[in-house]
Ligand binder design. Structure first.
Ligand code: FDA
Length: 501
């Protein structure tokens, strides 16, 4: 449209006065398409119908992010921050709203430094565009006794992941990734660069789990590093349906959330098989007696143990090939071959084994995908629900992630995931039916924008209480304080709450 062309010209001109030209890619730049696609995980949002950004800014330092915000505000261009591009709905690089004029600020292109400060209180500053794999590798190479508790997939970006929480194989011992943030540098809606002291504790609270995009662009984070033993133990044990998988999964629900926090066993259900994947922060000799006394139904023995360094465990749990070198964690390449749709739930009451016998047949249906069960309890469950925006704490047994995937026609896969989600309703949390913001799902609701060009609190509440429960209103109050005109927004950003007049 005419407006978008006018804005585009003004925005790019403004940027070029403030930052080096090679950091601004317009559709006519030869590398525009390559950079745009570089971290897209879900080809569903990379087709001819997808609205493209009018340009991509690839900041090399915080001042370039500030320039993008100042020019964006002056010229009426919104920004989509992208770190690792793993958003399941593609909100970091596309707009689901027709006609929205936006640019992508791609932190993953150049803002990826990790610097570890050793000593007694081990910590690291990590830039948002670093991948989790880059963070893990740099930390462990600097000191193999240190690690960071964040997600399993190494290509995930630090920026989006820390913004939304971050569930990992060490959450039961050390909490979410967001529970381990000590400081952050953020460019706010006025284009100012603020750290924890300057942003204040309310905004610092909101960015540790309140979801990406809403409050500004986080350039870097100071994170607490955690201690890991030199040897950890991994095991993987599968059970088919005809080997009693339903009963073992049913039993797992009671056991996994109350195991010692050093021991995490998650479950992947796919086809006719439940696979139990485990990380134990300790040796095989210590693990085997715990397993035989607390979870004998799994039949785990020392023959199942694989002992290794924590960094090797991060690679093994991702690639399941012991010969894959740890350097594979540094590979940022993503594949555009698989389309995905994800949804999530939290379970607070164990689902009876008879019900599991009816759930498992869903994984033989046409279009079936997988279900990932991540146990909670331990440290992550002990944090008070209001301490961070992530409310799914005390009383949660586990998180469920449903994933459908396809290449080509997605009709059967989409029908499968919505059918299974409907089927699960009686067995999962309710009022609200909880969901995890990092497993972004636009089916649960999207913001409406009022005539004053601000997202409405009422529309946000529909999806917001599922992600944030009682913390949603506080998030909306923080938004009203720091970005009342709703500059930083997307289809599921926190709307400003102005309160009763
Ligand atoms: P992306 O760049 O797409 O950003 C996500 C959101 O945050 C967008 O709204 C974006 O605008 C915003 N944002 C990004 N950078 C920002 C910044 N610097 N400042 C402000 N806002 C910013 N989760 C989990 O907890 N544990 C796990 O093990 C996994 N595993 C997993 C595997 C795979 C294959 C996928 C695709 C996803 C996961 N996830 C996950 C979910 C993952 O944590 C979630 O998608 C994160 O938001 C991804 O962060 P990225 O930076 O990669 O996303």
């Amino acid at each position: 449209s005419v407006t978008s062309l006018a804005s585009s010209d003004g925005f790019v001109r403004c940027l070029l006065q403030k930052i080096p030209g090679e950091l601004v890619l317009t559709p006519s730049s030869s590398s525009f398409a390559d950079v745009l696609v570089s971290s897209i995980r879900n080809p569903m949002f990379f087709n001819n119908a997808t609205a493209r950004p009018l340009c991509i800014v690839t900041p090399a330092d915080a001042s370039h992010v500030q320039a993008a915000v100042l020019c964006g505000r002056a010229e009426g261009v919104r920004l989509r921050a992208r770190s690792g591009g793993h958003d399941y709905e593609g909100l970091s690089y596309r707009s689901a709203r027709r006609g929205e004029v936006f640019a992508v600020v791609d932190l993953g292109a150049r803002l990826r430094a990790v610097s570890v400060s050793g000593g007694g209180d081990a910590a690291a500053w990590v830039e948002s565009g670093a991948s989790l794999g880059e963070l893990y590798y740099t930390v462990a190479k600097s000191n193999p006794g240190l690690a960071f508790p964040a997600g399993v997939c190494p290509t995930i970006g630090v920026g989006g992941h820390l913004s939304g929480g971050g569930i990992s194989m060490m959450s039961r011992k050390y909490g979410l990734a967001a529970d381990n943030i000590l400081d952050a540098k953020l460019v706010n809606a006025n284009g100012e660069l603020v750290d924890r002291a300057a942003m204040g504790e309310d905004l610092f609270w909101a960015i540790r789990g309140g979801g990406g995009e809403s409050f500004g662009i986080v350039v870097s984070w100071k994170v607490r590093l955690v201690q890991v033993p030199t040897t950890v133990t991994v095991f993987v044990i599968g059970r088919n349906v005809d080997q009693g998988a339903a009963d073992v999964v049913a039993r797992w629900q009671d056991v996994a959330p109350s195991l010692p926090p050093e021991l995490t066993i998650r479950v992947i259900v796919r086809g006719q098989r439940a696979t139990f994947q485990s990380l134990y922060l300790g040796s095989c000799a210590d693990l085997v007696p715990t397993m035989s006394s607390m979870f004998p139904e799994l039949g785990m023995t020392s023959a199942d143990c694989r002992e290794m360094s924590w960094l090797q465990s991060a690679a093994l749990i991702q690639f399941w090939n012991p010969s894959t070198p740890v350097e594979a964690l540094l590979n940022r390449r993503t594949s555009l071959s698989t389309f995905t749709k994800a949804k999530s739930d939290y379970v607070r009451r164990a689902i009876p084994s008879d019900v599991w016998k009816n759930i498992l047949p869903w994984f033989t249906m046409n279009g079936s995908g997988q279900m990932l069960l991540e146990p909670m309890g331990g440290f992550v469950g002990g944090v008070p629900a209001a301490a961070t925006p992530y409310p799914h704490r005390s009383g949660v047994l586990y998180n469920i992630q449903y994933i459908a995937y396809w290449s080509g026609d997605g009709t059967a896969a989409n029908r499968w995931i919505s059918g299974l989600y409907a089927f699960m309703e009686p067995y999962v949390s309710s009022d609200p039916r909880e969901a995890y913001v990092n497993f972004r799902d636009l089916d649960i609701g999207e913001n409406a924008v009022a005539p004053n060009d601000v997202s409405t609190f009422e529309s946000g509440k529909v999806w917001g209480e599922k992600y944030f429960a009682g913390n949603f209103e506080r998030l909306a109050a923080v938004k009203a304080a720091v970005d009342p005109t709703d500059y930083f927004r997307n289809e599921q950003s926190i709307p400003p709450f102005v309160g009763p007049k």
